[in-house]
Design a protein. Structure first.
Length: 219
């Protein structure tokens, strides 16, 4: 509607509203936003005739199937490794992403920061232990399943490249739901390899594997 943000009120989560897709698979804002845009265009076209409301929808046909619509990016991590204990500290991390038109810069950046933090946790401390007898998870709470906290996360920044995708939909946006986590943990593991020469083949359990690798390298 070409209105400033402070003139817009968003209402969600009411079963009396029209149904829409949920948020998942990086399609939430792309599908819902495209439907809202269609409704606004219909409303603007009908204002001259006295219309006070309008509906809009979007279908897969709105996307150009001849093109890929995926977002992409790269992670850069700097780590410090204690050669005696195998302790790893992620000092700095940068994510650079191209995700089409960014609809909300603040929440998009927060999403990427969250994904990168998740990558640190996945690479270094998160691990599920399974009871081989019954197939149940042993560590089912935050006391025994360790996730990244403030002390585990160093300086972190996000850069979005200026991009608009004319083929991905009427908004020119791309999904960013999973973009922040893709490659984040691998960047941390590659930084460990760059710092020590040790190549750790899997996430979690890195400390035991790293110590063994460092001992081998030192020997």
């Amino acid at each position: 509607m070409d209105l400033p943000v402070d003139r817009v009120t968003v209402r969600l989560g009411d079963t009396r509203f029209p149904p829409t897709d949920g948020s998942g698979g990086s399609f939430g804002s792309g599908t819902s936003g495209a439907a809202v845009l269609a409704a606004c265009r219909n409303l603007k076209a009908g204002v001259a005739s006295g219309a006070r409301e309008a509906e809009g929808s979007v279908t897969p046909a709105a996307l150009d199937s001849a093109y890929s619509h995926a977002g992409f990016g790269a992670h850069f991590a700097e780590v410090g490794v204690d050669r005696d204990t195998g302790e790893v500290r992620v000092r700095r991390m940068l994510g650079v992403f191209a995700a089409g038109r960014i609809l909300n810069a603040k929440t998009a950046r927060s999403q990427m920061i969250g994904g990168m933090t998740w990558g640190i946790g996945s690479a270094l401390i998160e691990e599920n232990y399974v009871d081989a007898r019954y197939g149940s998870f042993v560590n089912q709470d935050l006391a025994s399943y360790h996730v990244a906290v403030n002390a585990d996360v160093g300086a972190m920044d996000v850069v979005f490249l200026d991009e608009a995708d004319p083929h991905g939909g009427p908004l020119g946006s791309k999904g960013i739901g999973e973009l922040g986590i893709c490659g984040a943990g691998a960047a941390v593991m590659n930084a460990i390899h760059n710092a020590t020469g040790a190549r750790i083949p899997r996430f979690s359990r890195y400390s035991r594997q790293l110590l063994a690798a460092l001992e081998t390298l030192d020997g």
